[in-house]
Design a binder for this molecule. Structure first.
Ligand SMILES: [Zn+2]
Length: 355
């Protein structure tokens, strides 16, 4: 049962008779009393100076935000990613057209959010807010903290670019704040880290010299119900290779995933937003045709003039999308190549596949 009680200017929901309350848990954060709202005092040094490492409850953090103070994770020395030390709260910015009510109805928010507050640019018409999750255990690895933030942003439809582990979160002395007795337990945190860990270590590998750890991903059931790009509900196992679908693992409005098939004919899902492939457990977790499938999917997007949705394997901001051509002939003959770089991938061995 949820009860509703006023709490010094805030509203807090708490569960009756729960064994543990997230509201009394003290977690690491750093708070900056020099950085007020969106730096009202134009104190340019306040982005680097004035940070104090503290352990606070969610209500104390809410109090700091209402005082206009900025917060971040804990770090040593200057505020930069390589100095990340510990984070007890994960924050996701939402400004992509999702309403406060809409966000509150997303499963993970309903079940595990600890605080929602409106940010300075919030208006009645355009909702802008931040959702904060308390963690059962603080995270001390910058890559894990980034992966967790990214996965939560994907699930909620928040800003997946705002994942810097030592990002500054501004306070707001005019915020509407709601505090919930919720948080992310260890198992949920691990699952969320797994979903984005490979993506963040690929794009942010320079953050660490440690060897990349391969983590196993959440698996998908063969009869998982998925929604295809043309809005049909279907079971994953009955869909053809390369079918474009909405990703069931994040708040996907695009759609940004497609069906992949393993060598043994088992269907899986590759999502270009999650930058991950999901397979049924116990299946062979390697798809020998995944490159070909991704190329085919990319060619379709280029043909449909949707190259902005391309996976970055096929398109990077500094290049323009090229042409992708599939040939099925004994000797390769390429029509006059366009200016730029042309890559050719050939099928190895005697096997031939046609598209
Ligand atoms: Zn996804």
């Amino acid at each position: 049962m949820l009860s509703f009680q006023p709490l010094g200017g805030l509203w807090a929901y708490s569960t009756d008779g729960g064994s543990m309350s997230w509201l009394t848990k003290k977690l690491p954060v750093s708070i900056n009393q020099r950085l007020i709202n969106k730096n009202d005092r134009n104190d340019t040094m306040a982005f680097t100076e004035g940070w104090t490492a503290q352990e606070v409850t969610i209500e104390e953090l809410a109090g700091a935000i209402l005082s206009g103070y900025a917060y971040s994770a804990q770090f040593s020395g200057n505020r930069k990613t390589s100095n990340f030390q510990s984070g007890g709260f994960v924050s996701v910015d939402v400004d992509a057209g999702i309403s406060l009510d809409g966000a509150a109805n997303i499963d993970i928010v309903e079940q595990s959010a600890t605080m929602i507050y409106t940010t300075a640019s919030h208006t009645e018409e355009v909702h802008r807010f931040r959702i904060v999750f308390a963690l059962e255990e603080p995270i001390t690895d910058a890559r894990e903290f980034r992966a967790l933030t990214r996965s939560l942003a994907l699930k909620i439809g928040g800003d997946t670019a705002a994942t810097d582990p030592v990002r500054v979160f501004f306070g707001n002395d005019k915020a509407d704040i709601t505090v919930f007795d919720g948080g992310l337990c260890r198992d949920q945190v691990n699952e969320l880290i797994d979903q984005s860990f490979n993506a963040v270590t690929t794009s942010h590998g320079a953050e660490t010299s440690e060897k990349k750890t391969q983590r196993s991903l959440k698996s998908v059931a063969p009869d998982q119900s998925v929604r295809t790009a043309d809005n049909r509900e279907a079971r994953l196992e009955e869909l053809a290779r390369s079918t474009t679908i909405y990703c069931p693992f994040h708040h996907d409005t695009n759609p940004s995933a497609f069906v992949i098939v393993s060598q043994r004919g088992i269907n899986g899902i590759h999502c270009s937003a999650c930058e991950a492939s999901f397979w049924p457990s116990n299946s062979d977790r390697f798809d020998f045709y995944s490159f070909d499938d991704a190329a085919k999917n990319a060619a379709e997007k280029i043909a449909a003039d949707k190259s902005d949705e391309l996976d970055e394997v096929f398109w990077r901001p500094e290049t323009r999308p090229g042409e992708i051509e599939f040939l099925n002939q004994q000797y390769v003959s390429v029509a006059p190549a366009s200016p730029g770089v042309t890559f050719i991938k050939s099928q190895k061995g005697p096997e031939r596949r046609s598209f």
